[in-house]
Ligand binder design. Structure first.
Ligand code: SF4
Ligand code: SF4
Length: 161
């Protein structure tokens, strides 16, 4: 897929980024940008000029808080654009190794962060049952969860390419 397809896919999804005037309100509102390389204004500019966003690490730095989208004076659906590009990337087999790893944990355990002894102890200290009301407590339901994920081909989506 070339970069032009990404712009067209955004347009098809009703997302127009070409009206961005580079005011920087989005970057100034971005909590993630304070701690990561993400510069939302620059990101939108890169999308506008058809740069390869599928391999851009900033794509994965957004916390989807929607601050930028709510404040953009041009009403640009910035986060929707980021999520759409992420979706395209994953369908092209491009994702961070960390995301692939937690996806595999989800497929195997029904949890992206399976519980451990330390968390069980903390739950008990808080007066909770050691296991939450999930497949951890009802392991017989794990097969159903896995079947659900397979039925929407999540397993194929996150398989090593
Ligand atoms: S707030 Fe909107 S118009 Fe301003 S730089 Fe960001 S995307 Fe562009
Ligand atoms: S939604 Fe993402 S890009 Fe926008 S302000 Fe929040 S973290 Fe930053």
């Amino acid at each position: 897929m070339d970069e032009l397809d990404v712009l067209n896919r955004l347009k098809d999804a009703g997302i127009e980024v070409l009206t961005c005037m580079q005011c920087g309100t989005c970057s100034g509102s971005c909590p993630s940008g304070r701690y990561t390389s993400l510069n939302t204004r620059r990101f939108v500019r890169m999308v506008q000029v058809n740069m390869d966003m599928l391999h851009c690490e900033d794509l994965w730095m957004c916390a989807t808080c929607y601050n930028c989208q709510e404040r953009c004076p041009r009403g640009i659906k910035i986060v929707d654009a980021i999520l759409t590009i992420r979706t395209i990337a994953v369908h092209e087999g491009i994702m961070l190794p960390e995301h692939r790893k937690i996806s595999h944990l989800l497929l195997k355990h029904g949890h992206s962060v399976p519980i451990n002894d330390s968390t069980k102890q903390k739950r008990e200290k808080l007066g909770l049952e050691p296991l939450p009301e999930t497949v951890h407590k009802y392991p017989q339901a794990l097969k159903d969860v896995q079947r659900l994920m397979e039925s929407c081909e999540f397993d194929k989506l996150v398989a090593e390419k």
